[in-house]
Design a protein around this ligand. Structure first.
Ligand code: AHG
Ligand code: MN
Ligand code: MN
Length: 341
């Protein structure tokens, strides 16, 4: 009898659900809660994917008219994505507390739902400025174990953990296809969504970021507000010299999209501080730490200019940080310029 296996990435054995289950089986003492939480996150991502891909038709483009805790206009899809993640995660019984870029305080698990041992934090929709122009956007998430003793609801203290204590982080990118990329600190894996099956399948096994790339990614419109070291680096990186080509420049304006490219191709992404905003724009807990965990797990580096992002101890939920992240040699070049007096 002829055996049949589906061609291409659509193989039952390579689904995201199966991958996470295998990771769980390989970790002694795992209870299944982590796998359950992942399933709920993947479900939320599928729902957001579906809404993003018919955004123009579904009447969800534009702004809600409200301003979020970061002082930014809230897009309807920001709100939808936030609510979807909260609903999916709280109904799984795996989390004790959540936090979102869009919500000022921690998000408690409702009393009628059981609470688990994990802490979930997310940027529900990254790059919302790109929504109305049909460019790539994403979702970023991070998972910690609670650190307060006991069971039941978690607190703010459970959310204020340094990135080195992450259990997992990942992102979804809603681009020309939708992908889900995650790490538990041991290998970075990318899955591509097959909408006809409704599942993610492994398409990028064990992603490794090159030691050096040829692309730099930064909003150069802020050049005149940077410190002199940053400006010298920006002049140097595009200047051909003996033994060094000029780097190309790419900036999509959604860090998920810029960092997805950086993970796959190498290079460096920077969001430095400026004179009026020394901490820059990006948020430590929802953006910088989860990506630092992914990029380090892929062999790259991430710094705030003076220390590893993963070593920064958060003090407040919506803390911002400068970010220099990507190929290790490219990051160390920027840091060299920043540390020159
Ligand atoms: P968000 O849409 O979640 O607020 O994030 C936008 C962030 C980030 O994705 C991107 O790298 C950066 O803002 C772009 O900022 P500039 O427009 O200042 O370059
Ligand atoms: Mn963001
Ligand atoms: Mn966002």
């Amino acid at each position: 009898m002829a055996s049949w296996r589906p061609a291409g990435p659509v193989q039952p054995g390579s689904s995201l659900a199966r991958h996470v289950l295998d990771m769980q089986r390989a970790s002694p003492g795992a209870s299944g809660n982590f796998t359950g939480l992942f399933q709920q996150i993947a479900l939320a991502v599928k729902i957001i994917h579906s809404r993003v891909h018919r955004a123009g038709l579904a009447g969800v483009l534009g702004l809600t008219g409200e301003t979020n805790v970061q002082g930014e206009m809230v897009a309807k899809l920001d709100q939808f994505s936030n609510d979807t993640l909260v609903k999916c995660a709280e109904s799984g019984g795996h989390v004790c507390v959540m936090a979102s870029e869009e919500v000022e305080e921690v998000i408690p698990v409702p009393l009628e739902e059981p609470a688990g041992k994990y802490v979930l934090m997310f940027d529900p929709l990254d790059g919302s400025g790109n929504i109305d122009v049909n460019a790539s956007i994403g979702t970023i998430f991070s998972i910690y174990k609670r650190r307060t003793p006991g069971e039941g609801r978690g607190t703010l203290e459970d959310c204020l953990q340094p990135g080195r204590d992450l259990v997992a982080s990942g992102y979804a990118i809603y681009g020309s296809s939708t992908m889900f990329v995650y790490t538990t600190g041991n290998g970075v894996y990318g899955f591509t969504f097959d909408p006809s099956v409704g599942e993610f399948f492994l398409s990028h096994d064990n992603i490794r970021i090159p030691k050096r790339g040829s692309i730099y990614s930064i909003n150069e419109g802020h050049y005149h507000s940077w410190v002199p070291g940053m400006r010298r680096w920006a002049d140097w990186i595009k200047k051909p010299e003996e033994g060094k080509k000029a780097y190309g420049h790419r900036y999509i304006g959604a860090m998920v999209a810029d960092l997805h490219r950086t993970l796959l191709r190498g290079g460096v992404f920077c969001y430095p501080g400026s004179e009026d905003k020394p901490e820059g724009k990006l948020r430590l807990l929802y953006e910088a730490a989860p990506f630092a965990f992914l990029v380090e797990a892929a062999g790259g580096a991430a710094s705030d200019g003076s220390q590893r992002i993963l070593d920064v101890e958060p003090e407040v939920l919506h803390q911002r940080t400068p970010l220099f992240i990507g190929s290790s040699e490219d990051v160390s070049d920027v840091l060299g310029f920043l540390q020159e007096t």
